[in-house]
Write a new protein. Sequence first.
Length: 373
Amino acid sequence: MIYFDNAATTKYKPDEVIEALNYYLREIGVSPGRGSYSLGIKASRMLYKSRTAVGKYFGMSSPEKVVFTKNSTEAINLLFNGLLKKGDHIIISCYEHNAVLRPLHDLKQKGIIEYSVISRDDLDMCAEDIFAKYSKDNTRMLALTLASNLTGRIVYKEEWMKYFHSKGIITFIDSSQGAGKMIINMKDAGVDFLAFTGHKDLYGVPGIGGLCCESKEHFIPLIQGGTGIHGENFVNPDIFPEGYEAGTLNMPAIWALKAGIEYIDSHADEIRTTEKELMAYLLQGLSEIDGLRVYDVDEKRVSTCCFTLDDLSSDKTISLLDSKGICARGGIHCAILAHEAIGTVETGAVRISLNYKNTKAEIDQLLNTLRSR
């Protein structure tokens, strides 16, 4: 089997991640913050070490200011629903995933907020021009994806973050795509909040994500429940981060995430160099196939791209690839804004997303299958 759907979930995890997961299950097996016995205290220390690892990776001034959630979607909902207020205006890009679009659109339908979408043609504008064109007196937040989950285009711009931050506007990054492929220093870049998910570029397992909080802005918890501290209170205690983590944390996945981040730190050059070479090889091969169009081909990207074929729909293309043992993804990819931007709402698109463990031989099999369709 050839796996080209790493933008959905990175299938092949480093041995260190699997070993960390198994270690927690075998040797620890208890919840942090739920007992004062020695094993519970050890679990709490492991949780703190994991928070610190995530915070340091994303360049936070206070590395422990990380709220763990089950994925980036929950982290985004936590922030938007807990922070945004009636009358706020938010600026997003045309490449946002539905994890960003839908919570905002839900708030818009409820009459709470408004949002504006930066067009594809404007993504190369300087920060001052973007601010002049899209900001309003009530603009509260600039929310951008790190990279498109559809075309792979890098959307994040440090210049924009710094400029909007300097204007007192909250800056937010959805790092679900590209977190393990690009270096983001939240403190230096003026990024107030960042959502991440563990099971993609960070090499973790499904069921863990979080919200990195560089800003001191107060927001309301998404859910109420047990936090392990101040159990006498009738609502979550106003304590960071425990007040935002009601319920039992997925500690095995959290400990495995720490191992994934440490793996990236020690293999960063190899990962980025190899994926860049593989993507260049793939794009060159796709460009030589008649009737095939790649989108955002000339843009800076992570190791993801998408294409359409003149004579074959995306669903039939996926079926063809699957018959040859090639895993890819077709359709809308939970990114309707991006499809509107590139003009593929009616057709959908086929996405190929690479990992540095992929090979040129695997890409050759993909290309040969498309040529012989």
